[in-house]
Design a protein around this ligand. Sequence first.
Ligand SMILES: Nc1nc2c(c(=O)[nH]1)N[C@H]1C(S)=C(S)[C@@H](COP(=O)(O)O)O[C@H]1N2
Ligand SMILES: [Mo]
Length: 171
Amino acid sequence: MTLRIFAALFAFAAALATALPAVHAADLDRPHGKVVLTVAGAITTTNGDGVARFDMAMLDALPQRVTATNTPWTKEKTRFSGPLVTALLDRVGAKGATLKITALNDYMVEVPVADFQKWPVILATRKDGERMSVRDKGPIFVIYPFDEDPSLYNEKYFTRSVWQVKTIEVH
Ligand SMILES: Nc1nc2c(c(=O)[nH]1)N[C@H]1C(S)=C(S)[C@@H](COP(=O)(O)O)O[C@H]1N2
Ligand SMILES: [Mo]
């Protein structure tokens, strides 16, 4: 009797052990805090309704980068930090060549994914270690490493430097 229960438990545990990793690899937790970013379009990993919603904690959990740089929007060299765009794209299983990035004010621009393979562009969530308010171009600001490559310091990339990012659509 005891042996039979033990065997049943063992079989159940073994079944769980094989089933769980498969589920977890594709799964994205649901946000617990305020949703600050929605990724839609050609993605394989979602957390409901075919989109991937992120709160700040989820963005903080992605591989991060610090970019210390001058920008047209800052008076001096400033430390921006946040997840690499490539880390976000990897996390949602993005399959596409273009990102349509939309801001809270409905500003919209299409950016080639090649940019993010060429440069370590970040979705900055902090400026000098502090969260950015909407008034201060937050909570999410696309930051190119301008000081690391002077060819970035022009209107072409300023246009792609979206602040107050709200959604990213992968095409
Ligand atoms: N959220 C948001 N980001 C934006 C814009 C915008 O209107 N809203 N304009 C873009 C364009 S077209 C450029 S050239 C620069 C403009 O920066 P400026 O308004 O400080 O000149 O920011 C880019 N990022
Ligand atoms: Mo612009």
